[in-house]
Design a protein around this ligand. Structure first.
Ligand code: 5AD
Ligand code: SF4
Length: 483
């Protein structure tokens, strides 16, 4: 075995949401003092971490098939006298820890999402004992108090190697107490908790000092954020956003994922008052039927969602909305599904994710009667996705003629092009030099496709921070999508 100070290879495979991307970067950081450095391939890795997601179908099977491949790698490396530590992290680890060590006895470490700060100790224990380490408790201490400063840039879709860390994630809240009927999160990520304000602000300043210009605040229920402020009082997400907006050099703030129940007046007002808060909101509704929303234990009605969107749009007329939908939840009738389509038509989404219900063991819906037949759920999913695609294309088409500030994150698909994101999170391509990567500039949006837009730089000039308020991106266009 190599000495504790020599450099070792670390290969992390990440599934699932942005929170897992963030966690993978933090696990990389926590292992750096032990000499672990990221490597591209498991063959070169002294440690492989599978950071897993359990939210929908076949997650565990994907993990087991990857583990099957890693078993061969581990065996080959052992033949060459090299050890390979295999760790399974994330929500599958949390939910199926025992099953993992039973089916894949060559796994050395199984760790739940709340124990990443203990990883170095687990690695040492696994090496010493040559045995299994399973850590899937919810420890009393907060892992964020024990994690080092963020060093590893997260691989963000849309960001390129040319500008690593330009757009960064920052976890501010974890866990969930809402217990939606279908969801494993309250069981795998545990009770809802928020990071203290000082620690969030310190990490944000650190990210900005290292080049971040856009920060996306993460949490399973991010708008339920209630971190302890420096004065001992509870801060809301709105208050946190105001404090972040004061950081020099931080141009853009986003947050995800929000729950309709936690969308308070201050946060709505922040969308009106803070130019740094981008006009894009991911606000899952799941269904447009009150009967289903009640069966799902969502705690809001379809009309409450409509009214909330009205208030948000009154505060920020160009707000682009995104959502999550589930079709085929137990008990869903054709009328319930039609109510979902109607809600979609009423709101007009800029983009959305839609899923076929997948039973998760241990959740209330998994044992519910009146399961929807697969082929019915398939048909509903197709119909919903067709409508959502239409709306996304319509939203992008509506942006043609708008002038928007774009943050350029990397080269475009073709030579001479650069790519970035609009305030509404659309990928955008323009003709331009790579010197603009990492900068923001005003762009006239000229053409639209289903998933992206393209445009032309206005005078090719970069925008100085003081010019932000001149950006003309407030054309209220979303109303046009209402049926
Ligand atoms: N089946 C299908 N979709 C699910 N989601 C969560 N749990 C399930 C499930 N059991 C979806 C929800 C949630 C998104 C992250 O994943 O729409 O908002
Ligand atoms: Fe899951 Fe519902 Fe909590 Fe979202 S609010 S994480 S869907 S239980």
């Amino acid at each position: 075995m190599s000495s504790p100070n020599s450099t070792k290879g670390l290969h992390v495979i990440t599934w699932g949401c942005q929170m897992n991307v963030y966690d993978s970067a933090r696990m990389t950081d926590v292992l750096a003092p032990l000499g672990y450095r990221p490597v591209e391939s498991p063959d070169a890795a002294d440690m492989v971490i599978l950071n897993t997601c359990h939210i929908r179908d076949r997650a565990a099977e994907k993990v087991f098939s990857e583990l099957g491949r890693l078993r061969l790698v581990k065996r080959e490396r052992a033949d060459q006298g090299r050890d390979t530590v295999i760790a399974v992290a994330g929500c599958v680890a949390q939910a199926e820890g025992e099953e993992i060590t039973r089916r894949a006895p060559y796994v050395d470490i199984v760790l739940g999402p709340q124990t990443y700060h203990r990883l170095p100790e687990m690695v040492a224990r696994a090496a010493r004992a040559g045995g299994k380490v399973i850590e899937t408790d919810f420890p009393a201490e907060q892992k964020f108090d024990f994690l080092p400063e963020a060093i590893t840039a997260q691989a963000v879709p849309g960001a390129s190697a040319a500008a690593p860390g330009l757009t960064a994630f920052l976890t501010v809240q974890e866990g969930c107490d809402k217990f939606c009927s279908f969801c494993v999160v309250p069981y795998t990520r545990g009770a809802e908790s928020s990071r203290p304000v000082a620690s969030v602000l310190a990490e944000a300043r650190h990210l900005v000092a290292r080049g971040a210009r856009e920060i996306t605040l993460l949490g399973q229920n991010v708008n339920a954020y209630h971190g302890t402020g420096p004065d001992g009082s509870d801060w809301s997400l709105a208050r946190l956003a105001h404090a972040l907006a004061e950081i020099d050099g931080l141009w853009r703030i986003r947050y995800t994922t929000s729950h309709p129940r936690d969308m308070d007046d201050d946060l709505i007002a922040a969308h009106r008052d803070l130019p740094q808060l981008m006009p894009f909101l991911h606000l899952p509704v799941q269904s447009g039927s009150d009967r289903m929303l009640s069966a799902m234990n969502r705690g809001h009605t379809a009309d409450a969602y409509r009214r909330l969107v009205d208030r948000l749009r009154a505060a920020r007329p160009d707000l682009a909305l995104s959502s999550d939908f589930i079709v085929g939840h137990p008990g869903e009738t054709e009328a319930d599904f039609e109510a979902t389509l109607q809600l979609v038509r009423d709101i007009g989404f800029a983009q959305a994710f839609s899923f076929k219900y997948s039973p998760r063991p241990g959740t209330p819906a998994a044992g519910a009667p009146l399961r929807v037949a697969e082929f019915v759920a398939d048909q509903r999913l197709q119909a919903l996705q067709a409508l959502l695609r239409e709306q996304q294309a319509a939203f992008n088409a509506d942006c043609v003629g708008r002038r928007a500030e774009v943050l350029f994150t990397g080269p475009g698909r073709h030579p001479g092009q650069i790519a970035g994101r609009t305030p509404w999170l659309q990928p955008i391509h323009v003709e331009g030099g790579e010197s603009l990567i990492g900068a923001r500039a005003l762009v006239d949006i000229r053409a639209a496709a289903t998933n992206s837009v393209s445009g032309a730089l206005i005078g090719g000039a970069r925008i100085a921070p003081s010019q932000t308020s001149e950006v003309d991106c407030l054309q209220p266009a979303l109303e046009d999508h209402r049926a």
